[in-house]
Every structure is written in C-alpha cells, then in structure tokens.
Write a protein that binds this ligand. Structure first.
Ligand SMILES: [Zn+2]
Length: 61
C-alpha cells in the first residue's frame, strides 16, 4: 500500500492503491483535509475550502 506524507504534520498516511489525483483524504494525526496532487510519488496538499465561509459578516463600512 502506498504511503504519503502529510504536508501539515509529516505523519505517514496510507493511501489506497487506486487513489487518483484530486481525491480527498483526511490526515488521521492532525485531521487536515488533504488533496492528492501527485501520484508518483504520491503527493498531498492541504485542501482549502475556498467556498466555505463561516464568518460572513458584512465588511462594508
Ligand atoms: Zn497531518
């Protein structure tokens, strides 16, 4: 089973063999959402939810 490294906490993450680019994982150590950005070797990047906005205060003064 391939192993990737969490870019956030450097924990080893076991990845499915048929994982594909764009797949989303969650690091078991730091619970960061990760996206597969490379396959050979497997590379992970932090997945930032750009659409997610939990602080939608009106910033117009
Ligand atoms: Zn991590």
């Amino acid at each position: 089973m391939p192993i990737a490294v969490c870019p956030e906490c450097e924990a080893e993450i076991h990845v499915d063999e048929d994982v594909d680019k764009g797949d989303l994982l969650v690091c078991e150590e730091c619970e960061t959402s990760l996206e597969v950005v490379g396959l050979d070797p497997i590379e992970l990047d932090r997945c930032i939810d750009e659409d997610y906005d939990d602080d939608e205060d009106d910033d117009d003064y």
